[in-house]
Ligand binder design. Structure first.
Ligand code: NAP
Ligand code: GDD
Length: 324
């Protein structure tokens, strides 16, 4: 029988890659979309005729129950969230509602409609925050540094709790930062590669950023969605860190991105207070040995390849947009 997966957050970066991946595996894919006044299917328009889009919202439990009853998925991937850390400082309650409590609403809907459904929760390295151990692994204690990180810790533990309380097949993937040409423009990697492309094409003359010393373990989103799927194919539900094991500063990202088009970032990057955070996560670097050993997963794209791929994609995009 054809497997059927429901993806929340299908219009986001990861949702679009996961939908592609699951289609390749022969799945029927249902994507939950929330109502908006303008269409935002940019990332999924190339697969729109092969997936089913159905309305629902993590804020509204009845909509989740209705979706599960109507489509009866065998797997549910919860990728929906208010996912931007900076916004979580200005909208902490909203972030808690969607990114935290939204997980409980979906788990309850699963419990009510079909407790056999396999569930994936998009947990985050942001939960490690002010890290108490380097590198971070599944057993590293959490110390979140943003309302987003706090909400993700709640989402993580409610997933573990429903697994232990109700015997649900619920997994939590603790994913470190992963990027792609489909990354939202507000996240630092895409902001940099888009900025580099604008400057190279004469459409801008500076790039305003915040803290250049923050270090992140950056991987490629397409590699990471495979790990989500692998978690749900195991005999037992469990939690896994997904990371490259290498860390780089925002400054280094700038150096490579500008360098790729023959520019020196020091001539264009301006540091701007507006992009600093009330509390920062200084260093993230993950240890994905458990995923490598139990899932057979490993990253396939290097940091340099990722940066160059993103710069090239933004150059192409802007040339098309501006008919250059
Ligand atoms: P993203 O691009 O920001 O996508 C977020 C998705 O959630 C969008 O489809 C958005 O819909 C949807 N959404 C937001 N609020 C919703 C609500 N109330 N009800 C239903 N849908 C809602 O995020 P991403 O980078 O793909 O990340 C996917 C997940 O992984 C998120 O949970 C994120 O927190 C987590 N995560 C990401 C990373 C990373 O580095 N990318 C690392 C660790 C964990 P609209 O398009 O309508 O806004
Ligand atoms: N966004 C942004 N904009 N970040 C900047 C800027 C800027 O102008 N300048 C410096 N930074 C620094 C931030 O202070 C942070 O230390 C780092 O760049 C990365 O910021 P983001 O790209 O916004 O990502 P994030 O690490 O805060 O959060 C992402 O990764 C998490 C996993 O660790 C998001 O995708 C989260 O949803 C995800 O959970």
């Amino acid at each position: 029988m054809k497997k059927r997966a429901l993806i929340t957050g299908i219009t986001g970066q990861d949702g679009s890659y996961l939908a592609e991946f699951l289609l390749e595996q022969g799945y029927e894919v249902i994507g939950m979309i929330r109502r908006s006044s303008t269409v935002n299917f940019e990332r999924i328009k190339h697969i729109q005729d092969r997936i089913t889009l159905a309305p629902g919202d993590l804020m509204d439990e009845v909509s989740l129950i209705g979706l599960l009853r109507e489509y009866r998925p065998t797997e549910v991937y919860n990728l929906a969230a208010q996912s931007f850390v900076q916004t979580s400082f200005s909208q902490p309650v909203f972030t808690g509602e969607v990114t935290g409590l939204g997980v409980t609403r979906l788990l309850d809907a699963i419990r009510i409609v079909d407790p056999e459904i396999r569930f994936y929760q998009a947990s985050s390295s942001e939960m490690f925050g002010k890290v108490v151990e380097v590198p971070q692994r599944e057993t590293t204690p959490f110390y979140p540094r943003s309302p987003y990180g706090v909400a993700k810790v709640y989402g993580h533990w409610i997933t573990v709790n429903y697994r232990e309380s109700y015997n649900l097949f619920a997994c939590s993937g603790i994913l470190f930062n992963h990027e792609s040409p489909r990354r939202g423009l507000e996240f630092v990697t895409r902001k940099i590669t888009h900025g580099v492309a604008q400057i190279k094409l004469g459409l801008a003359n500076e790039l305003r950023l915040g803290n250049l010393e923050a270090q992140r373990d950056w991987g490629y989103a397409r590699d990471y969605v495979k790990a989500m799927w692998l978690m749900l194919q195991q005999d037992q539900p469990d939690d896994y860190v997904i990371a490259t094991g290498q860390t780089h500063s925002v400054r280094r990202f700038c150096e490579i991105a500008f360098g790729h088009v023959g520019l020196d970032y020091r001539d264009y990057v301006v540091q701007d207070e507006r992009f600093y955070r009330p509390a920062e996560v200084d260093l993230l670097v993950g240890d994905a040995s458990k995923a490598r050993e139990k899932l057979g997963w490993q990253p396939e794209t290097s940091f340099e390849e990722l940066v160059q791929m993103m710069v090239e994609a933004d150059l192409k995009l802007l040339k098309q947009e501006h008919r250059l």
